[in-house]
Design a protein around this ligand. Sequence first.
Ligand SMILES: Nc1ncnc2c1ncn2[C@@H]1O[C@H](COP(=O)(O)OP(=O)(O)O)[C@@H](O)[C@H]1O
Ligand SMILES: [Mg+2]
Length: 325
Amino acid sequence: MIEFKDVTKVYEDGTEAIKGINLTIPKGKLVALIGPSGCGKTTTMKMINKLISPSSGTILINGKDTSDTDEVELRRNIGYVIQRIGLLPHMTIEENISLIPRLKGWKKEQYEGRVDELLNLVGLDPKVYRKRYPLELSGGQQQRVGVIRALAAEPPIILMDEPFSALDPISREQLQDELKSIQNTIHKTIVFVTHDIDEALKIADEIAVMRDGKIEQIATPAELIKDPANEFVRAFIGEDRLNVQQHQKCVFDIMDENTTYLLLEESEYSSIPYDASIQEAARILLKSEKHYLMVTKDGRNVGSVTANGILRAVASEGKKEERSV
Ligand SMILES: Nc1ncnc2c1ncn2[C@@H]1O[C@H](COP(=O)(O)OP(=O)(O)O)[C@@H](O)[C@H]1O
Ligand SMILES: [Mg+2]
């Protein structure tokens, strides 16, 4: 667990970067710090591993004040991933990943196995990539190595500062998915800085929205969308997103509860779960070339929708989205 208690940071030139924050990052959770550029995300993160020291207040890790902890020791126990990768160009992938384990005195047999395990975790074949140099990898592959390098020595805490923001949208989404699935097995305490609300909503257990050196709201993604604390948070989440989330219909909302389907031959329809989106329903209809979809819930047929009904619903959702843009 990481705790910030009344923490402020004033830089030497007088910039008040952090104006008193209180924040608890629970063990095993992924907490995203989000906010516009210059609001203090990086400063907050770097105070955790003492790359920056607070001007006042305390930061505790598992109850221990970090100002009493040796910084070299602290950093070896905290993984760190930054936007511009930071792999060492003259070291192979294997040497990069095993750097911290080697500094911590792991034996060759120990870290070799670990390197292979981690490469496999992000879909890079160790036989192909172990001996390559960073520049022989694509940006997305290098960033994957950056992420697993931070995991290599099994630190309980990992700090990630906009780790995916230099990537193309596809690699970015893939890495978000991979991070989520890795986190589901390793359950580390992760602090993840981003300025991308979609990224935060997708991967975080909790989101701290920052503005101008302060925290405006800390909430789960669902709470944040349901109940933004103020206009700033609301605007930051985006009016569209709030509308879309509230109004997105599922097939249950548009289905016909009557028993039309009892008259149908099985060859005339496909089935769809009641909570599927109408867009999904449209895709299934187009693919199956049927005129009806049977709506199922808990293995029972609960209603039906016609192709026309779905097309109408898709069209009206489309109009709503146009209006909210
Ligand atoms: N070394 C520094 N000296 C003076 N001001 C700084 C320094 N680093 C950051 N700042 C200022 O502190 C504020 C917060 O910066 P930062 O934590 O990097 O924000 P973010 O990561 O949210 O973009 C900004 O106004 C920035 O210009
Ligand atoms: Mg930053």
